[in-house]
Design a protein around this ligand. Structure first.
Ligand code: IPE
Ligand code: IPE
Ligand code: MG
Length: 251
């Protein structure tokens, strides 16, 4: 399935975003504030994921994309990295059956070759099992980087298309790791930082950006509604003037 590219055509805008993408940040600070080890924040963060997945399904959001581990997070202490991996495995073990029962499709994108084979197999099986589900697609970005995504797309493209050919956006897009989804309408970053941190660089071209100080473990359905409310006040112009958007003048 191919989707409308925001730089090629003006996408249809609905009051409920079709695709919400979230940088789940602030787990460590949530824990530190409570004099707990950082890992306690990550454990609590998994619970928040459960709540937000359910809230998105209820609100009719079709795609939810969650940044779980960046290509730069390997720079963290080895102990924290290995705990995050174990949490990922246990979340898959616990949640996939429930997701499947709720008609949720699971996708994991990123450079998965760096994960151990057991985890890679679990991911593959979870994706296979839920592949036909329709209600909501949840994408976990794991060992994901926006630059990696563009470069891996280029490399795949190169193997299939003659090297002397001029590349267009439309030709590259099917090779990007989230080609199955429309571009995010709403981007949320929790935890107070106002940066992209190498998340979906290509796909966020025309997303509405929302930043909140709430730490990820505290982000709940009401927090999601606040973000959607903010989204609903935005005028998505995609390069046009306001008068064109509101229809005061035609084209
Ligand atoms: C986000 O929370 C989770 C991951 C990056 C895996 P952090 O762990 O970055 O939390 P802070 O930013 O240190 O509070
Ligand atoms: C971004 O958070 C990555 C994830 C939430 C997975 P970081 O906490 O790693 O980002 P920086 O280092 O503050 O930019
Ligand atoms: Mg952080």
């Amino acid at each position: 399935m191919s989707h409308i590219s925001s730089t090629k055509e003006i996408p249809v805008v609905n009051s409920i975003p079709t695709h919400v993408a979230i940088i789940m940040d602030g787990n460590g600070r949530w824990a530190t504030k409570r004099f707990l080890p950082r890992v306690a924040g990550h454990v609590k963060g998994v619970e928040a994921v459960r709540g937000v997945v359910e809230a998105c399904a209820k609100r009719g959001i079709s795609f939810l994309t969650l940044f779980a581990f960046s290509s730069e997070n390997w720079r963290r202490p080895a102990e924290e990295v290995s705990l995050l991996m174990r949490l990922f495995v246990s979340a898959l073990e616990k949640e996939v059956t429930k997701m499947h029962a709720n008609d949720i499709r699971l996708k994991v994108v990123g450079d998965l070759t760096r994960f151990d084979t057991a985890l890679q197999n679990m991911i593959f099986e979870a994706e296979q099992k839920t592949a036909k589900n329709k209600k909501l697609t949840v994408t976990i970005c794991a060992n994901y980087g926006g630059r990696w995504d563009v470069v891996q797309a280029m490399n795949k493209y190169r193997t299939e298309i003659p090297p002397d050919q001029h590349i267009t956006e439309a030709q590259l897009e099917p090779y990007l790791s989230m080609a199955y989804a429309p571009e995010p309408d709403l981007f949320i970053r929790t935890g107070g930082e106002t940066r992209i941190s190498n998340f979906l660089l290509w796909q966020l071209a025309y997303s509405e950006l929302y930043f909140t100080d709430t730490f990820w473990p505290d982000f709940d359905a009401a927090s999601l509604d606040a973000a959607i409310e903010s989204y609903q006040t935005r005028e998505r112009r995609f390069g046009r003037t306001s008068a064109q958007v509101t229809g005061e003048i035609s084209k």
